[in-house]
Design a protein around this ligand. Sequence first.
Ligand SMILES: O=P(O)(O)O[C@H]1O[C@H](CO)[C@@H](O)[C@H]1O
Ligand SMILES: O=c1cc[nH]c(=O)[nH]1
Length: 232
Amino acid sequence: MSIHIGAKKGEIAETVLLPGDPLRAKWIADTFLDNVFCYNEVRGMLGYTGTYQGKRVSVQGTGMGIPSALIYANELITQFGVQNLIRVGSAGSYQEDVKIRDIVLAMAGSTTSGINMQRFHGASYAPTASFGLFKSAMKEADKRNISIKAGNVLSSDEFYTDNFNDYKHWAEFGVLCVEMETAGIYTAAAKHNVNALSILTISDSLVTGEKTTAAERESTFTDMVYLALGTL
Ligand SMILES: O=P(O)(O)O[C@H]1O[C@H](CO)[C@@H](O)[C@H]1O
Ligand SMILES: O=c1cc[nH]c(=O)[nH]1
């Protein structure tokens, strides 16, 4: 057991899917996995292990934002030997051609978080996806005929910003969408020499104002889960 994860040694698989929402973790376990058991209820941040096509896999809620996600990423890697961290999250589109329910593979995670500025003494570190996981997800997307977008995403420290139009600056520099954890998870994975990938489904668009409902965000993003499970 670690401070925030109530699993015994060996109860968590080498590959863990990481939704921000713990109820999305439950939905993924209930919908896609066999032989499922719940290994974590600490703070309601549900974690499950099961099998997908005979292969062991876990799914663990991370909560929202880099500080919360880093607690789970660090404990999963250092206490439970996790090798592959695959975020399955929702994101807001910054680009006209990135539409609601589109899937984005995050090649890199820009961020407004201060964590890496502190760590690298004011210099700018570029957290990136693991190439192997990225290639596997692309291959699965081709196999399933799921169209994807890939590029830079913004991991923001704020959901509610003071100036809505600030997003346009990131958009001008090619950032595809905004979420709140990828840059932290990629950095933790790099530090510990394990693999990470963020697969994101567009839940709303800052460009058009369209939104999906909370229920939809919890439980209808099936293609992204198939891409994540396809990397096993
Ligand atoms: O749907 P999840 O995975 O939680 O991801 C996005 O949704 C939350 C904000 O509503 C943030 O965690 C953001 O990264
Ligand atoms: O962090 C997030 C997630 C979805 N949509 C947003 O606008 N921000």
